[in-house]
Design a protein around this ligand. Structure first.
Ligand code: SAM
Length: 282
């Protein structure tokens, strides 16, 4: 169905299906006609690409992806949207809608089954209440995905894409930098959605790395150190890491020094290489 971002078309569609928005599922549907074609273009979907979409909603982005990709698999949690999607996606035969929670599906199995022999990209307007868990799941599972192009809250976009060792950096910036090379593509105002959320949004792209940029003996330790350091970001790494991890200061201090770091440095001053050196020294 075309003109799916037209408010009149959407309202008529929703009324026909007796659908009401669920705030708790993060249902803010795009009604700005320029955003989805742009996302579909920038995510690199082409005749050789399988695209995983998370939360198709009414199918406004899905239809644009179907026009470009070899195949689209869209995972939607709200089963009330299935009959709506059946109608809006009727003219496309390269799409499959799966009813489920993206955080609970066997994504590796799903991608292997649905996208055999294809390059795989993720493209979605994410449900904002689970932005970080979804991104970390996609990255940590080491799925065969080459790029992740997603809309998130503007503040989340800035945090996710912040360079390590800057004031804007947080634990998620370091974790994302380990797995991918992130950038903000464009901003989207709150008025582009129905209903309008209280915040603006941005589309970001994560180019997934083949190899992490640093080598660590134990990834879980690296992320535990990062989490502890940012858990109390105003404190020194000596205080924050010893408070967040079961490592006493008399063991932590020599590890910090062995990694070539100042004990009074703060999390937002450290690069990914420095966090890796500390995790390895522990
Ligand atoms: N793609 C549509 C658009 O751009 O208009 C809808 C985006 S809306 C921000 C987020 C969508 O994610 C909703 O359709 C919601 O039902 C769905 N959703 C929420 N939690 C989900 C989950 N755990 N797994 C899959 N889909 C989910």
């Amino acid at each position: 169905m075309d003109r799916l971002s037209d408010i009149g078309t959407i309202k008529a569609l929703l009324a026909r299906h007796g659908f009401s928005f669920s705030k708790s599922l993060g249902q803010n549907f795009l009604v700005n006609p320029t955003v989805c074609p742009r996302m579909a273009q920038l995510c690199g979907a082409d005749e050789e690409t399988g695209v995983l979409e998370i939360g198709p909603g009414l199918g406004v982005l899905t239809t644009e992806l179907c026009k470009k990709a070899k195949k689209v698999v869209a995972v939607e949690l709200d089963r009330r949207l299935l009959p709506v999607l059946k109608e809006t996606l009727a003219e496309y035969d390269n799409v499959k809608v799966i009813n489920g929670d993206v955080l609970k599906l066997d994504l590796a199995g799903l991608l292997a089954e649905e996208f055999a022999g294809m390059k795989v990209a993720v493209c979605a307007n994410l449900p904002y209440y689970i932005t970080s868990p979804i991104l970390m799941l996609l990255l940590e599972s080491r799925l065969p995905v080459t790029s992740i192009t997603v809309m998130v809250q503007k503040e989340a976009a800035e945090r996710i894409c912040a360079k390590p060792a800057t004031r804007a950096a947080g634990a998620i910036s370091l974790a994302v930098a380990y797995y991918a090379s992130p950038k903000v593509l464009f901003e989207v105002s709150r008025g582009s959605f129905l209903p309008a959320p209280h915040v603006d949004s941005a589309v970001i792209s994560l180019a997934v790395r083949g190899q992490p940029p640093v080598q660590v003996n134990d990834e879980r330790r690296l992320f535990a150190v990062i989490k502890a350091a940012f858990g109390q970001r105003r404190k020194t790494i000596l205080n924050a890491v010893s408070a967040g991890l079961p490592v006493p200061k008399d063991l932590l201090l020599p590890a910090i020094e062995a990694a070539g770091l100042a004990p009074n440095a703060r999390a937002e001053q450290l690069t990914l290489e420095q966090f890796a050196a500390l995790a390895n020294a522990l």
